[in-house]
Design a protein around this ligand. Sequence first.
Ligand code: KIV
Length: 308
Amino acid sequence: MAPSNSPDSPLSAELPAPYGDGPAPAASAPSAPSPAATPAAAKPAGRIRTHHLRQAKLNGERFAMLTAYDQYAAEIFDQAGIEVLLVGDSASNNVFGNETSLPVTVDELLPLCRAVTRSARRALVVADLPFGSYEVSAGQAVATGVRFLKEGGAHAVKIEGGKFYAETVRAMVQAGIPVMAHIGFTPQSEHALGGYRVQGRGDDAQRLIEDAVALADAGAFCVLMEMVPAPTAAAVDAAVEVPTIGIGAGNATTGQVLVWQDMAGLRGGKMAKFVKQYADLRTTLSEAARAYGEDVRSGQFPGPEHSF
Ligand code: KIV
């Protein structure tokens, strides 16, 4: 019988997993933020909690949030020091190929949520409750929130809507579910709002302030504002003690969020005004795929170095 360490033995040293072997250990993080550049929200060695975000606002510091829908994005953003990861219902139109966020279901989002929470060692992971999973009653919202914490491993959930949802938020918080409120333009209400429109202009600013105050009073740990004029967002931020997060809401909020495929240039087409692209992954991936295809067709790949 061949010795167990012989290359011919079925028990010879294991090769690295060819298709990925789960999240990398936290210790191997290649690009952990340097302590000097680390904001207050990023200081905890362990998991970032909702109270760290509140402390960031008190300290006049800011934090970053990105969407994440899978293992590698979660792992990379976590190791890059992004404080909050959002398993957004934007997975509907960034993962599942739908035109809007409306069709995505709880059962579709839960596996993505599990992948992100298994892969992020430090970030606070927030999961969106998708359209139709919380509007019917506070009881429905609690039941769906419980599923995201229990089955998805999320640390908090986000729901869209104004002060009408204050009692829903209160019930969820009482059940032990941290809630992020999403006001301003709420994509799940796209049809009711008459399309993608900036919210809170002029006199309408007062409505957003009242929404934010009611939701924060009900226990929301954070208020996210989408497509809101910068002065309105600043007024909302000043009206609540909890931290605020903006997307197309100017620069006065405690945090900012972007959909990661927009931020990294993976998605094609016209970007919203509020998007800043920090990479061109679409070109990088497209060039890599073309080069691979050409190598295969010409017989250049696999070479001897890739063969056993
Ligand atoms: O689902 C999502 O990506 C969001 C962000 C736009 C905030 O809710």
